[in-house]
Design a protein around this ligand. Structure first.
Ligand SMILES: NC(=O)c1ccc[n+]([C@@H]2O[C@H](COP(=O)([O-])OP(=O)(O)OC[C@H]3O[C@@H](n4cnc5c(N)ncnc54)[C@H](O)[C@@H]3O)[C@@H](O)[C@H]2O)c1
Length: 352
């Protein structure tokens, strides 16, 4: 598979490293609107063909598939162009800024029969996959309650640099730059983590969002800092279970941590993913009476990058698909409506 990387910023490094290590995958070309960035990136990863526009790369055309690693409002127009050109796409999350656009992307890919996948990174976490298998096998009985959090601390720490001066953090804080804040950025990760792990869909959502003061006039240069940086959500799952899902960039002491706790009537499961690795813990059988937890070995699972490469090779549609990301985007859109109206929103209301 000859791969084109579209957008050569921070996350593209991960794509280049991961795809570069897969047998049969060649990093054939790279595109970035910033000439200096695409050159520096291509030098590091040994990429010969460099472009400053997608149109130029399409005129060249010598690639089989694309990793779209552009900022949140760029994947929609560029992916629509790529689908029209018949190119399989692994698109970064979130698929688009809203459900309407995400749905358009899913529909276009489905109609064209193009391999499409969204990089919900935490599907690579073996304990999450194992947790889902255990839930589906009935090991914890009927799920009653789910607690999920995604905690980051980059607004209070320097671990990933200074958000006040780094464009990759500033665009994430600004609605005018296409960001839906923490909800749009990592909300989709934690909703997927919770609903995939618990093997349940979300039926209703209520959400509160906060955007805290961060700079004089809440502006730094061209960036108006108006995108939310903390949210707390309650959800009903399809089987009637209750869930609480929250995320923040103000979680002092937690650089990047996802946690999922699933409580059933026969047992509990906990998954934690942080920069230190991931863990799976269960409370089952006799342990329930004393509230004792055991750590399990979840083994390993193929990465999204590997599964995308396999899908392009075999023609078998991979998961998570654009359709799945669009459905999650619907919940995120409704979370914004819930905050505005201060009322719970039904995810399937338009189809009932
Ligand atoms: N899956 C994950 O865990 C994960 C982690 C980080 C970021 N992301 C996602 O990856 C995407 C990129 O994030 P990032 O942190 O790398 O941002 P970034 O700002 O570091 O990089 C984005 C790059 O895209 C380039 N770009 C902008 N418009 C373009 C266009 N029209 N054509 C080509 N290039 C263009 C920019 O010049 C920049 O170099 C975002 O959608 C983000 O949500 C996903």
């Amino acid at each position: 598979m000859r791969l084109l990387i579209l957008g050569t910023g921070w996350m593209a490094e991960q794509h280049a490293r991961q795809f570069g290590s897969i047998e049969g995958v060649e990093l054939a070309g790279a595109v970035d609107i910033e000439r200096s960035r695409v050159d520096a990136f291509s030098d590091v990863h040994g990429i010969a063909n460099r472009f400053t526009s997608l149109e130029d790369a399409l005129d060249w055309g010598k690639f089989d598939a694309v990793a779209n690693v552009t900022p949140d409002r760029i994947p929609h127009p560029t992916t629509m162009t790529l689908i029209a050109a018949g190119k399989p796409v692994l698109c970064e999350k979130p698929l688009a800024e809203n459900y309407t656009k995400a749905n358009e992307m899913a529909a276009a890919a489905e109609e064209a029969g193009i391999i499409n996948m969204v990089n919900l990174t935490y599907r690579n976490v073996a304990p999450l996959q194992k947790a889902r298998q255990m839930v589906l096998a009935g090991e914890i009985g009927t799920v009653r309650h789910v607690e999920a959090s995604y905690l980051q601390s980059w607004l209070v720490s320097q671990f990933w640099g200074d958000w006040r001066t780094d464009p990759k953090w500033l665009w994430r804080l600004s609605r005018g730059h296409g960001s839906n804040g923490v909800l749009g950025d990592i909300g989709i990760h934690i909703l997927d983590f919770a609903s995939f792990g618990a093997a349940l869909d979300i039926d209703n959502v209520f959400c509160r969002l906060k955007t805290f003061d961060k700079a004089p006039g809440n502006r730094i240069g061209e960036y108006q800092l108006d995108a939310n940086d903390s949210f707390a959500m309650t959800v009903d799952f399809s089987n009637g279970a209750l869930g609480v899902v929250h995320a923040s960039r103000w979680a002092t002491g937690h650089v990047n941590e996802l946690r999922l706790r699933i409580f059933g009537d026969k047992g509990g499961i906990e998954v934690i993913r942080s920069l230190n690795g991931s863990d799976l813990m269960t409370c089952l059988g006799k342990n329930i009476d004393n509230g004792d937890w055991e750590t399990l070995d979840a083994g390993s699972v193929p990465t999204n990058y590997q599964r995308f490469a396999d899908a392009v090779r075999t023609g078998q549609p991979p998961e998570p698909s654009f359709r799945h990301a669009a459905e999650l985007q619907k919940v995120l859109d409704l979370a914004l409506v819930a905050e505005e109206k201060r009322t719970e929103q039904g995810v399937h209301a338009d189809t009932e």
